[in-house]
Design a protein around this ligand. Structure first.
Ligand SMILES: Cc1cc2nc3c(=O)[nH]c(=O)nc-3n(C[C@H](O)[C@H](O)[C@H](O)COP(=O)(O)O)c2cc1C
Length: 377
């Protein structure tokens, strides 16, 4: 398998990842962080009017809680293949240039000067070290790495919101043959603007820094059917965040097992009657606990004839949207866990539509129980 991102044949890689073929034994994942050249530099504190790169990265990419977890964002198998390069322009606490980011040390390594035309503020370019995810998932790695990248993009996007920064310019178009995704952060509008407190005056849709750092994938089993109101809110978040690139539905369990989706008026409507979760468990690499999940949010689309750009775009978007849906779910009191490895998951065909159009791309298992808390109480 060719591991170089620019040489990989994504169309073939996705078809193989969706097949029943099982990965071989694990191989070495290599170093946990890319070996950036040159000495590490601390990220200086931002002066008033500068882009606060240090806090932005602390809330999104830095290994933070001493538990051994490598990043605050989730990652298939906890392997964290996503690397970040900072393209720094004027108005930042670092001199303009390109920097590799080390999430373990929360340090940067200067890679070289910035290109002509670099914008003020900073762009975070995301790419992957395939060896990390391939070490466990083998030929199933590529869709997972794209989903992981989408989650990291969302973590950066949410960090900007938490810090009351302007909304970043998000590039998840899948067209790039360089970085898989990029976010550009502009300079603060008003010099010296102070972030709002985390207290009651904080708008509901703005996450608190602590919420982002506390995010975890809930331990399984994840049982208890969410209320329809909460499901509707979580589905609406996913639909909005996926910018029309994917369709969404949720498989819900007892007392009335069915597949539901968002209607145009924002209410929930039935997509199909009956129990889907045991089939989902088989499709998701045989993870039996999924059959008992309270609900499973599903992103689908990305047909079998999708070209490489569409494969990149749909998977990046699915990771981005599931990440936002995860935060929404937690805010509504649910426990949630992403589910990214899907084989033979042609949802459209299973529902009687033409085959090869609507494949499951990503999922988020939901429950009302919190096994982590129960264990400790
Ligand atoms: C793209 C993606 C796919 C994932 N797929 C699964 C999965 O199929 N089953 C599962 O139990 N967890 C899955 N996870 C959750 C990871 O195992 C989890 O993020 C990782 O162990 C790190 O833990 P944390 O999220 O609590 O930081 C997935 C996460 C991501 C980002």
């Amino acid at each position: 398998m060719d591991l170089l991102p620019e040489r990989v044949d994504l169309v073939t890689a996705l078809a193989r990842a969706r097949s029943p073929e099982r990965p071989g034994p694990d191989t070495s994942a290599g170093p946990v962080v890319r070996a950036w050249p040159g000495p590490p530099h601390a990220l200086p504190q931002a002066a008033p009017g500068q882009l606060d790169l240090g806090r932005l990265l602390r809330l999104s990419l830095a290994a933070s809680d001493g538990s051994g977890r490598l990043r605050p964002a989730p990652s298939a198998g906890g392997l964290h293949p996503v690397d970040a390069v900072l393209v720094v322009g004027t108005g930042c606490p670092l001199p303009p240039g390109r920097y590799g980011y080390d999430p373990l040390g929360h340090r940067v390594h200067r890679l070289g000067p910035e290109a002509d035309g670099t914008l003020p503020g900073a762009t975070v370019e995301l790419s992957v070290t395939p060896r990390r995810t391939v070490s466990h998932y083998g030929h199933r790695a590529w869709p997972l790495m794209l989903l992981d990248t989408g989650h990291v993009a969302a973590a950066l996007w949410l960090a900007a919101r938490a810090l009351d920064m302007a909304e970043p310019v998000l590039r998840l178009d899948g067209l790039s043959d360089g970085p898989l995704a990029a976010l550009h952060f502009t300079l603060p509008q008003k010099a010296g603007r102070v972030s709002q407190p985390e207290g009651p005056s904080r708008p509901m849709d703005r996450p608190a820094p602590g919420e982002l750092l506390a995010r975890r994938s809930a331990a399984t089993p994840l049982t208890g059917t969410p209320s329809r109101d909460v499901l509707r809110a979580v589905l609406a978040t996913a639909v909005q965040a996926s910018a029309g690139d994917l369709a969404w539905c949720a498989a819900v369990g007892e007392p009335r097992p069915e597949l539901v989706e968002s209607a145009p008026d924002g209410t929930l409507r039935r997509l199909a009657a009956g129990e889907a979760r045991p089939t989902l468990a088989v499709w998701a690499a045989g993870q039996a606990w999924i059959a008992d999940a309270g609900a499973v949010l599903l992103a689908y689309g990305c047909p079998a004839d999708a070209d490489a750009a569409l494969i990149r775009r749909t998977h990046l978007r699915a990771g981005f949207a599931v990440h936002l849906a995860h935060l929404a779910a937690v805010r509504h009191g649910l426990a949630a866990r992403p589910v990214g490895s899907w084989q033979q998951a042609d949802l459209g065909a299973a529902l009687g539509a033409p085959p090869d159009r609507d494949w499951i791309v990503h999922g988020l298992a939901l429950g009302t129980t919190h096994p982590d808390e129960e264990k400790t109480s």
